[in-house]
Ligand binder design. Structure first.
Ligand SMILES: NC(=O)c1ccc[n+]([C@@H]2O[C@H](COP(=O)([O-])OP(=O)(O)OC[C@H]3O[C@@H](n4cnc5c(N)ncnc54)[C@H](OP(=O)(O)O)[C@@H]3O)[C@@H](O)[C@H]2O)c1
Length: 339
């Protein structure tokens, strides 16, 4: 089978297409023929070494994939050949609290990921793809969608009528917009261009703001909420956006701290967090049980992921260059199945 390998520290040019032996499913595992993989900013960071590749190279990148069951390991009775399945970001985190054990098993990080034609996964981790979703759509869900779901619906306990602020129009933020609107929340969104702002409004954002032409989006969000501040922020920026997010949040509000787009450390107005009684929640994706609950809600509402573009498997490096450029809206997909 073919797989893409991270082979060095030169960034995207270090991605190499290699031939590997087909894996054999161990007892309790299922062999999948991967059909689609989606990119997350994390995958780009791992390939380019922005955050450093955890573990030895070569490494197969990418956490998010969907595929078809093609063989069963001994003892597997829940799946049959031909089933369409999607793979959770951390296959060992089935339910309950987050642990270091699960974190170390995130796909495409310390262990091989799914940018390959075949992969063996624990049978008990997999989830059936709802009939209305394509393989490409399902492949967009494990990281970005589950993170947005955890941020808003699990840790956030979002209720109708609340105001949610989302930053940008990438994978996590667009899912957050869809989930928040479905829950009956009001959504404020900021983005780097007027064109993307218009697309966010078309998807249901109630008001948008271009942060390139006016960087004071915290003041804008406060003005949009009659001076009170928003109930929740889906914080994907990190150190350079967090202080504005804190300012934009109401007393007693909630910030889901998710992203590292502007770095991994910085000066934080800690005093404002305590003065305003803000709950600051570190989020790292979510469990299989959260994924299952999210799929049930998505199926009920027939919510569809927003796909920006689909690249052929042989052009995987171009997909990484596309996420690097930042012009995308929603999710970037790589089709493992020939297009
Ligand atoms: N903790 C977790 O579990 C978890 C899970 C998933 C992702 N993440 C992190 O969350 C972040 C987003 O991930 P993603 O996969 O959704 O990325 P993505 O699809 O690449 O989206 C990035 C988008 O964010 C917007 N953006 C960039 N810089 C910004 C800034 N300074 N202020 C406001 N918006 C900005 C841009 O949209 P516009 O052009 O519209 O402004 C950009 O296209 C990354 O740091 C990623 O590592 C964390």
């Amino acid at each position: 089978m073919k797989a893409w390998h991270i082979t060095g520290i030169e960034g995207i040019p270090a991605l190499q297409l290699v031939d590997l032996p087909s894996p054999e499913p161990a007892p309790g595992e299922v062999l999948l023929r991967m059909q689609a993989v989606s990119l997350n900013y994390r995958d780009y960071m791992n390939v380019t070494g922005i955050r450093g590749v955890t573990g030895p190279i070569p490494r197969i990148p990418c956490s998010d994939g969907a595929g078809e069951v093609i063989a069963l390991g001994a003892g597997v009775t829940d799946w049959k050949v031909g089933d369409r399945v999607v793979v959770p970001f951390m296959p060992t985190w089935l339910d309950g609290g987050f642990t270091q054990f699960h974190s170390a098993r995130a796909l495409g990080g310390a262990v091989d990921g799914l940018l390959c034609e075949e992969a063996c996964l624990p049978a008990n981790s997999l989830l059936r793809i709802p009939d209305y979703l394509s393989m490409q759509e399902a492949a967009t869900l494990p990281c970005a969608a589950v993170t947005a779901w955890d941020a808003l619906m699990v840790r956030g306990q979002l209720t109708a009528g609340e105001t949610v602020l989302i930053l940008g129009s990438g994978g996590v933020s667009v899912f957050a917009l869809q989930f928040a609107r479905h829950a009956g929340a009001r959504v404020l969104a900021i983005s780097s261009s007027d064109e993307k702002c218009a697309r966010l409004r078309a998807l249901g954002a109630d008001a948008t703001h271009n942060y390139k032409t006016d960087p004071a989006w915290d003041d804008w969000a406060i003005a949009q909420t009659d001076g009170l501040g928003v109930d929740r922020v889906v914080e994907i920026g990190g150190p350079e956006t967090l202080n504005r997010s804190i300012k934009a949040t109401r007393f007693g509000g909630h910030i889901a701290l998710i992203g590292v787009l502007t770095g991994t450390a910085g000066d934080v107005q800690t005093v404002q967090i305590l003065r305003k009684g803000i709950r600051l929640d570190g989020i790292y994706v979510g469990s299989r049980a959260m994924f299952q609950a999210m799929l049930a809600t998505m199926s009920g509402a027939q919510l569809r992921p927003v796909i920006d573009s689909v690249f052929p498997f042989k052009d995987a490096p171009a997909a990484f260059s596309h996420i690097e450029g930042g012009g995308h809206f929603g999710k970037i997909v790589i089709s493992v199945t020939p297009l």
